[in-house]
Write a protein that binds this ligand. Structure first.
Ligand code: MRU
Length: 345
């Protein structure tokens, strides 16, 4: 099995997701600046994986700091956190992870020497990596029973989008481990093709039957009675259960409701943003136009054409049959059920 990202004594090793499925390469990122660029360029992507990568970036940045006083260290540490926080705006796991690293700083700095502090940050980042895999497995166990046999997914919410195992694909993996016969329909997910390049690749590696379809085929297969349920991941979930996820998720959810197919969201508690009352306030990242006008090096649109490229959309809570987390399954009304899960430790 591949590793999405890994902490080493020399830096962070990450599979370069831009190169998949044709090349499986694992470059080393030696500085926090390199990690930040890798997040921006989508070498690593997917909300939980971005969070863990950012935590490792913070730990790496702390190791790079040379400071004569605690005050100087704190100032440089804050700068590092700001750089990493500015990489991608939508996935809340990024900010959650950086806050957690800042918490280590707040707890230790008054008493610890800088070396102890750097080691504590490293341990925290490694712990977050391990925890993410464990909670995905737990989330998978909660979700496995909900799945029907033929499951549609959008984007990649798999091992590649997390520290390992996956959220939406974690639920699918857990169902398969339970002996369920599962067939996955993977939307290709234009424009970045996370479905075609990543979901198809990782499911094939696991011998889980997968049929790749273009995004505009989803409605056809639902109408034909070929899909039993949908499961997707999330980048941010507001207090009322509105869900930001990869662009195109909203269309899938509307089609699912029209065809009476349950639409499930699988995400860790760290993806909840209960400070936001609804999805309207979720910042939507706008990505470069080249992602739409080109596939790899080839242009597929006339030069100079105006392009829009929002990377995410928001699915209103009324389309969501359930939100599967590592602490259990939330159902409407989400204000209450999400609050309950969040309060539970
Ligand atoms: O732009 P990406 O590839 O980072 O977007 C990823 C998604 O939208 C995923 O569905 C989401 O982050 C959940 S990943 C477990």
């Amino acid at each position: 099995m591949f590793k999405t990202l890994e902490w080493t004594q020399h830096g962070v090793v990450m599979i370069d997701q831009r190169k998949l499925p044709t090349e499986e390469v694992y470059p080393l990122f030696k500085t926090y600046q390199e990690v930040a660029q890798a997040i921006r360029d989508m070498v690593v992507r997917g909300a939980p994986a971005i969070g863990v990568a950012a935590a490792m970036g913070v730990a790496l940045g702390a190791k790079q700091i040379q400071a004569d006083s605690i005050q100087e260290f704190e100032r440089k540490f804050a700068e590092i956190c700001d750089v990493l926080a500015s990489t991608r705006p939508t996935a809340v796991n990024l900010f959650w992870a950086i806050e957690r690293m800042k918490g280590v700083c707040r707890q230790l700095l008054p008493k610890a020497d800088l070396q102890t502090f750097k080691e504590a940050l490293e341990s925290e980042a490694v712990r977050m990596h391990e925890e993410d895999i464990a909670l995905n497995r737990q989330l998978g166990r909660f979700g496995a029973d909900l799945l029907g046999e033929r499951v549609l997914t959008h984007c990649n919410a798999g091992a590649l989008a997390t520290a390992g195992y996956g959220t939406a694909l974690g639920v699918i993996r857990a169902a398969v481990e339970r002996g369920k016969k599962i067939q996955v329909f993977a939307d290709e997910t234009r424009p970045f093709l996370q479905g075609a390049r990543l979901t198809a690749w990782e499911l094939q590696k696991d011998n889980i039957p997968v049929t790749l379809i273009t995004d505009n085929m989803a409605g056809y297969f639902m109408q034909q009675g070929k899909i039993d349920c949908v499961v997707v991941g999330a980048d941010r979930i507001a207090a009322n259960g509105d869900v930001a996820n990869k662009i195109g998720t909203y269309s899938v959810a509307v089609l699912a409701k029209e065809n009476s197919i349950p639409f499930y969201v699988a995400a860790p508690i760290s993806t909840l943003d209960l400070g936001l009352p609804s999805g309207d306030q979720i910042p939507i990242e706008q990505r470069p136009s080249r992602e739409v006008t080109h596939i790899q090096q080839s242009a597929i649109a006339p030069e100079g054409v105006r392009v829009a490229n929002p990377a995410f959309d928001v699915t209103p809570n009324r389309y969501v049959a359930a939100i599967i987390t590592e602490r259990g399954v939330a159902r409407a009304p989400y204000e209450q059920s999400l609050r309950d899960l969040s309060d539970r430790s």
